[in-house]
Design a protein around this ligand. Structure first.
Ligand SMILES: Nc1ncnc2c1ncn2[C@@H]1O[C@H](COP(=O)(O)OP(=O)(O)OP(=O)(O)O)[C@@H](O)[C@H]1O
Length: 221
């Protein structure tokens, strides 16, 4: 469903100094995969996730989503693809502090114009699966880190996007919460068939993925 062809990314720092952050990346992610991007700090994991998620432009190459080239669309078209086809989970949970947990989960659904009934049903279904049902009326700041990250996952999957991109989703969690978050993402992958691609340098988290993609110095090993 996702295909990268000869993708290159350069960052320019000042006039001459450049960082060649992605080098000739060729990668295919199939529908329903549960994959992790791994490698040491600075190897390009975030850059690659941001490229696939259309959060940053690539310097060369092509990116396809279901056979449609998406890396060279207009900003407005990219925004539509991000909104309608992708879900994002970041290490800082990026929840909206003034909205309840329920409204945070519902946020993207509201942007997409789902009915109140559909929103209620979906929020309840996810809250049950992610064990945050008794927290729906709470503000995010009153939750633990693990609970906040589960809300972020619920928000990302609420509209049933084609792919979830997660950058170090367990970075701020202890071992127990990391394990529980990974199990929940895996459950979502298996129950709802969501394609998941996440970045992590935590060996223990990497082991829980079904496919491991190693990056080193901007290249896939
Ligand atoms: N905005 C930027 N401007 C200049 N250089 C950048 C920028 N973003 C990333 N880089 C460089 O690109 C390379 C890849 O960085 P990236 O953040 O993708 O690595 P990473 O594998 O995600 O690292 P970490 O595990 O530490 O988050 C690094 O050399 C980094 O310094």
């Amino acid at each position: 469903m996702i295909k990268l062809k000869n993708v290159e990314k350069y960052f320019y720092k000042g006039e001459e100094r450049e960082v060649h952050a992605l080098k000739n990346i060729n990668l295919e992610i199939q529908k329903g995969e549960f994959s992790v991007l791994t490698g040491s700090s600075g190897c390009g994991k975030t850059t690659l996730l941001n490229a696939i998620g259309l959060l940053d432009n690539i310097s060369e190459g092509e990116i396809y989503l279901n056979d449609k080239e998406i890396a060279h669309l207009s900003d407005a078209q990219k925004t539509q693809i991000r909104l309608n086809e992708m879900g994002f989970v970041f290490q800082a949970y990026n929840l909206i502090p003034v909205l309840s947990v329920k409204e945070n989960i519902a946020f993207i659904m509201r942007l997409q114009g789902f009915s109140n009934l559909d929103i209620d049903n979906r929020v309840n279904e996810l809250a049950e699966m992610l064990e945050i049902k008794n927290k729906l009326d709470t503000l995010p700041s009153l939750l633990s880190g693990g609970q906040q990250q589960r809300v972020a996952v619920a928000r990302a999957v609420a509209t049933k996007p084609k792919i979830i991109l997660a950058d170090e989703p367990t970075a701020n969690l202890d071992h127990k919460n990391s394990e529980s978050l990974m199990n929940m993402m895996r459950q979502l992958n298996e129950k709802e068939g969501v394609t998941i691609l996440f970045a992590s340098h935590d060996d223990y988290v990497v082991e829980l993925a079904k496919r491991v993609i190693h990056l080193k110095d901007g290249k896939i090993l």
